[in-house]
Design a protein around this ligand. Structure first.
Ligand SMILES: *Cc1c(COP(=O)(O)O)cnc(C)c1O
Length: 400
């Protein structure tokens, strides 16, 4: 399907455009330096050098050591490997309890569901109406048999940022492994794995203008990591398979690029985000989901009573706006978002959600067009909604 009309892409939490720096960085590893990093000849050694160079640069952006970075196929694989490994190593010492939140990404939640079926016990912490867990909740949930705490850095649907440094401190004091799914945070907000006492961290290149299908898992030295894919000795035997060198080189270049301009981008996007929030809050019976300030600069999520998120998205698409109702992974299913339900929103309200996730490419004019278009579409949809008629005539109570 060719895209001819101008589109405003505001679904950057689902994936981002690959930046020019990343494309330039990957080309040599497709065209000239195409050796296998495991080969002993010159072509292989040049590839190996490039691989280690990328590893060191990615590590530096997290204040990790190069030896603590393992390349993977992306965020989902990193999450799966981290959780599986921490669970198996906990079990060896008789630990069968895991602490998490109710609104993690499905890469974490579905892995935990499987671990529950295998005999682990999982505590799902409440994230409150503002979409944030407190360090006190984590402290209270930790037991002598807790093998792992896994709490996302920033939520992919509503953008709220968790108190990661405080949680890390608690986990370290209690000698519990702390993993964070930082897929939405890396490249968007500053991260220091040492200062934040993070033991394991998942990241994915395509969420910060790298390419799809490549990511990394940071594992603090001393924390055991089991292989997730068996085969060759790549990644110190922890992740078999010939490395995606072009993707890895692109990931390092993309991270260099976004981290270089992080402060400036954060300031500009926060202002743009707040402008859209302000503009859309004028719509009657609407609500911003998640804490208004403790959030990523790029993500906002709102609910509009009496409408279906899917219809809203399709009509916005007709106007050239690519947005989302929440997670790309759940779209296509009719269930409301587990994230919005975790905030305590009623099903009817959670159905009418809209996530706008920005990138550096978005402008003030985009924000104005989005505000105008959403207002028009919400009014149009409400105009033909029997549910809205019931609400307006007083047959039903407004929830927002
Ligand atoms: C996108 C995303 C993932 C999955 O990453 P992939 O690289 O697409 O597998 C995991 N967690 C969060 C929070 C995400 O936003």
């Amino acid at each position: 399907m060719a895209q001819t009309k101008k589109t405003i892409y505001v679904d950057n939490a689902a994936t981002t455009a690959t930046c020019d720096e990343a494309i330039a960085a990957m080309t040599p590893y497709l065209k000239t330096v195409y050796g296998n990093p495991s080969s002993l000849h010159t072509a292989g050694q040049l590839a190996k050098e490039a691989l280690e160079n990328a590893r060191a640069r990615i590590a530096a952006h997290l204040n990790a050591d190069a030896g603590e970075i393992y390349f993977t196929s992306g965020g989902s694989e990193s999450d799966n490997q981290a959780l599986r490994s921490a669970a198996a190593n906990g079990l060896k010492r008789g630990k069968k309890h895991i602490v998490t939140t109710a609104f993690e990404h499905h890469a974490v939640l579905h892995t935990l569901k499987k671990l529950e079926r295998e005999g682990f016990e999982v505590t799902y912490l409440d994230v409150h109406e503002n979409g944030i867990v407190t360090p006190e909740q984590v402290k209270a949930a930790i037991r002598p048999d807790t093998a792992l705490v896994t709490i996302m850095f920033a939520n992919n649907e509503i953008g709220t940022i968790q108190p990661i440094a405080e949680i890390g401190e608690i986990c370290r004091a209690n000698k519990v492994v702390f993993h964070t799914d930082a897929v939405q945070a890396v490249g968007h907000v500053p991260i220091d794995v040492k200062a934040m006492n993070i033991d394991m961290l998942s990241l994915s290149a395509h969420k910060f203008h790298g390419t799809k299908g490549v990511g990394a898992l940071y594992v603090r030295r001393g924390v055991p990591l089991n292989a997730f894919i068996d085969g060759g000795a790549q990644e110190k035997g922890r992740r078999a398979g010939t490395e995606n060198l072009a993707g890895i080189a692109a990931m390092a270049a993309a991270l260099d690029s976004v981290c270089g301009g992080m402060d400036k981008t954060a300031k500009r996007l926060s202002a743009l985000r707040d402008k859209i929030i302000k503009g859309l809050s004028v719509i009657p019976h609407s609500k911003l989901n998640g804490d208004p300030t403790k959030r990523l600069p790029s993500i906002l999520n709102m609910c509009f009573e009496g409408i279906e998120g899917e219809s809203l998205l399709l009509l916005l698409d007709d106007k050239g706006i690519c947005a989302s109702s929440g997670s790309a992974c759940t779209s296509g299913s009719l269930d409301p978002s587990h994230v919005l339900l975790a905030l305590g929103l009623p099903h009817e309200v959670a159905h009418g959600s809209l996530r706008i996730s920005l990138s550096e490419a978005n402008t003030d004019a985009d924000a104005e067009y989005i505000i105008k278009s959403v207002a028009e579409v919400v009014e149009y949809l409400r105009g033909m909604s029997p549910v809205w008629e019931e609400l307006e005539s007083g047959q039903k109570q407004h929830l927002l």
